[in-house]
Design a protein around this ligand. Structure first.
Ligand SMILES: [Fe+2]
Ligand SMILES: [Fe+2]
Length: 143
């Protein structure tokens, strides 16, 4: 399987859960919001872990550097992790304004992050990790 296709599908799946959480928050249903937010959070953190533990190390080894694009991506993951915590707090305190304020910040950051990965990093992974692609995707699927 092509690495970029597998990773892009995971981005899309996270987007869907996020949209459901926003929809529920819009309706003022915080129980439902939390359910979809939890799905989004679990999916997102698991996706990050696959990148940080499996895909990025393979890329770094092939590229011979840990200071390129993967360093920036790891930093952005940490920013997203902080925003996830803030979003959880907003849901727990049923603060709709705060929820949407954090949600907007998170979505902008994550969309830009995902775009950089899809247009640049994953494309580079496809090129330099081509022969290892099947093995890497299998490993990530096991997570
Ligand atoms: Fe990422
Ligand atoms: Fe990603």
């Amino acid at each position: 399987m092509v690495i970029s296709n597998y990773m892009r599908d995971e981005h899309r799946s996270c987007d869907e859960s996020f949209a459901k959480a926003e929809q529920a928050a819009n309706n003022g249903d915080f129980k439902e919001t939390f359910k979809h937010f939890e799905d989004f959070m679990v999916e997102t953190l698991n996706h990050f872990a696959k990148e940080e533990d499996i895909l990025f190390p393979a890329f770094e080894e092939a590229a011979g550097s840990t200071e390129g694009p993967t360093m920036v991506m790891r930093h952005e993951h940490n920013q997203v992790r902080q925003l996830l915590e803030q979003m959880r707090e907003a849901i727990e305190s049923e603060d709709k304004d705060r929820f949407f304020s954090v949600a907007d910040t998170l979505m902008i950051l994550l969309q830009q992050h995902n775009m950089k990965e899809e247009q640049m990093l994953y494309a580079m992974c496809d090129r330099i990790l081509g022969p290892q692609a099947d093995g890497l995707v299998e490993k990530m699927k096991e997570r």
